[in-house]
Design a protein around this ligand. Sequence first.
Ligand SMILES: *Cc1c(COP(=O)(O)O)cnc(C)c1O
Length: 714
Amino acid sequence: MTYYGGKSLRRYTVSNNSFSNIPARIDRLGELAENLWWSWNPQARMLFKMLDRQAWKDSGHNPDRMLKSLPRDALIWASRDRNYLRHYDLVLSQFDAEAYPGDYLGSPIAYFSAEYGLHHSLPFYAGGLGFLAGDHLKECSDMGVPLVAVGFMYPSGYLQQTVDNHGWQQGLTQTVDRESASINQILDTEGNQIVVQVPHIRPVLRAALWKVAVGRVSLLLMDTEIEDNPPWIRDIAKQLYTSDKEQRLLQEIILGLGGYTVLKEMEVAPSLLHLNEGHPAFALLEAIRGLMQQGLSFDTARERVRGSSLLTTHTPVPAGHDIFPEEMVEKYFAPYREALGLDRETFLELGRHPEHPQAGFNMTVLALNLTGKCNAVSRRHGEVTRQMWQPLWPDRNPEEVPVGHVTNGVHLPTWLEPKMRLLFHRYFSDGWIKEQENPAVWEFVEEIPDFELWRNHFWLKIKLLNYIRQLARRDWTMRRSADLLPALGTMLDPSVLTIGFARRFAMYKRADLVLRDPDRIKRLVNDNWRPVQIIFAGKAHPADDEGKRLLQSVVRMAQDPEMNGRIAFVENYNEQLAQYMVHGVDVWLNTPKPPLEASGTSGMKAAINGVPNLSIPDGWWLEGATPTNGWTIDSRAEEGSDQETRDNLDAAELYRLIEQDLIPAYYTTSEDGVPHDWTRIMKESIKSVAPHFSARRMIKDYLRFVYGTEGHGR
Ligand SMILES: *Cc1c(COP(=O)(O)O)cnc(C)c1O
């Protein structure tokens, strides 16, 4: 594998995941399995599936694991099958064209993030922030934008969730199987895994390097679970977003300072540092220190770094902004700040909020102080962010605060269901996926007969319900307890109007808003002719008892016989379940408390698959809603009104929409059984959202407004 970095391209090797049983004619299957490009290319996925459908399913759609378990016979068969070989040759030629490091000689953008959501076999994510990072990398690969990403290998991922019979969330220990995922050690010339040491920090912190190939983009992951570290250090990064403050600080020290060291080790000379949220902000210090080693003063180096770095901020919610006690920061940073030539006060001042200097060392403040550009993730979030951080620019009005926005988008090839994609293929003009941000391309949705669109959607809905039942069955046979079974979705019915709600169980997302009036919801789910069913999924942060109580109240409702088995809570929301849900429910519900939803992306994933949104006017939906592509829950509640009043008003408007708009549109069908009013909304949803809320449009915006065109892009 080649890493780009200035003109001194230097060769590194990665550990060869041995697939010794693959016949020579098809031996590049191993290489294909080791690059996540396969995950967003339906034909590449088919190549694995064709080998053995059952083994593909058993592996959890993980080709690395599958290839290692497959009997040689199956592979020999494939290597002699003409049809298989035709597919193989085609996919490999596409792979060579789309997934190989190009000949960029310019310096890449270095992207830093605490989490990456790429595939469920790499559980290094908690929610939207991670998926945004993952989609960012995939789209940069597709567009040929030179980018190298840095992050963490969390040996225990985030949280493997189950709920007990009382509806209380439990975390199971999960261990990432490094051997059976698209992930490889980075080796030096002697064949040893490369280990970096975080500079000037006591105690000594070391991390070994792994690589995830994301098409053309390399994601470099640091792993502290190595023998070179003393036992208590090994566990520092066991889990993403640990609630232990000190451990969290150490994680962020490694992410920032260690991450920057990784770039140096790989001889990557970045043209730009892009921080995805404040967690990796220490990287900016290390960039400054690097320039100081070349003879610059702190102030000059700081200005230089400001000119070549940017922060994307993702949330107005306080828990998204880490604050550490100053003594704790000083304890670890004393030798480091001396290397920067800074005294204690000057250093700590970099992380002090001007209005709350006592609060501690704020990572977002640090990032804002040292980066030249900052962007929010939707238009509304831009306004909220300028207001929120105005104190850092005391002589400016909020609207003059230098924070812009790039509205989030989703990676189309990842989130568009393959059958939907095939359907579009049949009716769209050639090359439509390459022109995906052109609205004219999507007008061809109008050519799809309602009947065909509906049949496709119905098939995806059945697929979702089958998947949920399969999960429930496995759960039941393992736990042998039936108490929870009705709540897990075993009684869901594909003919019923199905509302989906899945995201993190953070309080501001108000998962229980739709259940706020139990009598009203009972009537809706018990209607004989035109019932409604609701599928919930999502995790509460392990330290968030309030979130867990919220989750419990949803599970309790689902367990209540009076709810008729029509409310379901599906455990362990992850990338795989998200795929099934955004493809298969009828409508996607989002009920955040404004203005706290910075953007939200799951609604975009649903919309491009013909699943319309039913959403509070907040985040991306303020830009995405049209009068005909879904429903806006606009109760006209005042933004400052108290929680109780707001919730009541929003819930009342939500029920009104379900009863008066959604139910009639869904249940009024023509003789062929097609609800034409509904398919109209599905079509509007696809064509209004797909061209404007794709990662393609997002990356183009970053190139244009944030990265600058100098030296980047095609
Ligand atoms: C897209 C996605 C999210 C983010 O959803 P929001 O609606 O933006 O909160 C979270 N988790 C998973 C698994 C996702 O796929």
